[in-house]
Design a protein. Sequence first.
Length: 418
Amino acid sequence: MSLYQLPKFGLPKLKAPAKLSGFWQNRIFLFFLVVFIAFVFGGIGGLMTGSYFYSEIRDYLSKFKIEMPEPQVVEKEIIREYQPQTTEEEKIIQVVESVSPAVVSIVVTKDVEEYYFTPFGETPLQKRIEKKEIGGGTGFIVSEEGMILTNKHVVLDEEADYTVLTNDGKKYPAKVLARDSFRDLAIIEIEDKEKFPTLKLGDSDKLQIGQTVIAIGNALGEFRNTVSVGVISGLERTVTAGGGGISETMEDIIQTDAAINAGNSGGPLFNLKGEVIGINFAMAQEAENIGFAIPVNSAKKDIEQINTLGKIAYPFLGVRYVLINETIQKENNLSVNYGVLVQKGSQGEAAVSSGSAAQKAGLKEGDIILEFNNEKITTENTLAKIIMKYNPGDKVVLKILREGKEILVEVILDERSE
C-alpha cells in the first residue's frame, strides 16, 4: 500500500435539457467534465501548480463569453501560542512572565586551599588557592538601584564573594549591606549602577489558608528561576530551622506546599496579583511538599532601615520572661492567664538586665507585663512579635501587674546588640 491514496470517484451522469441541440449538449457535457476533474484533482494539483485548473476553465468559458468570478481565498488563523485553559492558569502565566526579570540567582564563591601531590618535586605536597563556587541561593530586587532581599544563611560567609545572575544571563558583583541578626534575612546590593526591574511587596497580614501561591527560585543552585505552584498550607507557624551548625527558631511563619528546594532560599513567594508575600527559607526534610516562608511584612522594616539608617537595628527592652498560659498560671498561682512573667534565667541570669531600658523604667523581677503600647500580650501575639514592630529610641507604654495592682510605665527602647 502506498503512503497516500486518492479516493475513487465515478463520473457523474449528466442529462442535457431536452431543447438543446446535440452540439450544445456535447459542449455542456465537456464543460461539466472539466469542472469535475478540476474539483477532484485541483486540490492536489493546486499545491504544485497553483490555479492551473481554474485558469484553464476560465479560458475555455471565455470562448462562449461567460465570465467566471475570481476565486475567494480564505486564510485560516494559525494559533501558535499556548492558550491558558483556566483563569487561574492564565494568572499564573502572567505573574511568572512579569516578575521573572526581578528574580535573581546568587552565586557564592570563595578562595579555597587545595593540596596536590607532585612525586618528583622537592616538596611532594604542594598547596594552591583556587576560587571555587561553594554555594548559591535566590534573591529578588526591591529597588531600582539594585537592592536585593534574600536569606541571611545564603550570604552568611563574610569572606566569600557574591555574584548576582539575572534571568537573562547577565552577571553582576554584589556586596552585603546588612544581615538580620534575629531573622533569616539579609540585604545585598548590585555594585554596577544600572536601573533594574523591581517587585511589588504585598501584605502578608491578609493571607488566607488555601490561597494559591507561586514560588520562584534557583532550584538546587542549578536550575535558574524554577517555578512551582501550591497553596498556603498554614499560617503563624513556629519552626526551628538550621544547617551548617546553625539553628534558629522563628515565629509567625508561612507554610506552603509549593515545592521549596535547596537553592530556593531567599526566593520570593507570590500571590496571584504578582505581589511578594513571603521569602522562602526552609523545607521539611522528612516530609513531602512542606516548605516555609518568612512573611514579607517582617522584611519591610529591614528595607526601610537600610534606606534611612544604613543598617538593620532592633529594639531592646532588657527583661527575661516566660510567656503566661494556663499551665504557667497554675504553676505560679497567677491571677491572669496572659502576658509575660519577668523572672530569672534558667542559669540564674538576672531578670532585668543591668543598664537596660527596663531597668531605667523601674521594672522588677515578678512583674507581669500585660500590654505593650496597648497591645495585649498572648501566646498568639507574643512580646517578641510585638516589639519587632518598633525601632530603638521609640517611647512605649507598658501595662504592668505588680502585687495585684495595674500600673503604666513609660519605656524608651534601647538598641539590641549582636
